[in-house]
Write a protein that binds this ligand. Structure first.
Ligand code: ZN
Length: 216
């Protein structure tokens, strides 16, 4: 997720923020419909066709961008095949409901029912994007740990595949086909070492067998 703008200092002017919203929704100001600037802090524009959440996600972008840029966005009726978008100024993140606008993180918290005493957050697997939105942090960490065991995109999967490959190679070298055969093979190596002394070879074989046992 894009970091939410928190505007630590003064807000940029409404015109700048409203243009940013419009540019995000329509893919650049040059693609946007004509804006009717009713007042300095109140703009209207008509979008042709519908607005959707995904697969032409202009509605989602409008909602996200409005939160990000601290602009209140409203959809209203318009002429045939058009929807009206109304953008109005909000003064910041705090203050009265009629003058402020939440940022995206606050919107998510509100949506997921978090309270100041028990904040909730969206946990996202950075490797595959799987989200766990409604978990408390303590439980969430456990959920992610469990997910990592099965996440197909986690680097551990590649490491596990390499370990498996190394184990197969070691098994061929030590001539064992399963864990059950390791004790007998160890015994055989020790017996052979006592009759035909090859301390290095025997130690290497025993080490390989131990590695197979320990990485199983
Ligand atoms: Zn994942």
């Amino acid at each position: 997720m894009e970091p939410t703008s928190t505007f630590p200092e003064a807000l940029p002017p409404f015109s700048e923020r409203a243009e940013a919203v419009i540019a995000e929704v329509f893919g650049g100001l040059h693609n946007a419909p004509k804006v009717r600037k009713v007042r300095d802090d109140y703009w209207k524009l008509n979008a042709y066709g519908g607005l959707a959440t995904f697969d032409d996600s202009r509605l989602t972008t409008l909602v996200f961008a409005a939160h990000r840029h601290c602009v209140r966005a409203e959809i209203d009726h318009s002429g045939p095949r058009r929807v009206k978008i109304i953008l109005s100024d909000r003064k910041g993140r705090t203050g009265s409901m009629f003058t402020r606008h939440p940022d995206l993180q606050e919107a998510l918290n509100i949506y997921y029912g978090a309270t100041p005493e028990q904040p909730k957050r969206t946990l996202t697997c950075v490797y595959c994007g799987q989200e766990y939105p409604d978990q408390t942090p303590a439980h969430g960490a456990q959920v992610l740990t469990e997910h990592i065991r099965t996440c197909i995109k986690h680097p551990l999967r590649a490491a596990e595949a390499k370990i498996e490959r190394l184990r197969k190679a070691l098994m061929r070298i030590t001539n064992v086909e399963s864990l059950d055969e390791i004790p007998a093979m160890e015994q055989m190596v020790k017996t052979l070492a006592s009759t035909q002394p090859d301390p290095d070879g025997a130690a290497a074989a025993l080490d390989a067998l131990a590695a197979l046992r320990e990485t199983a």
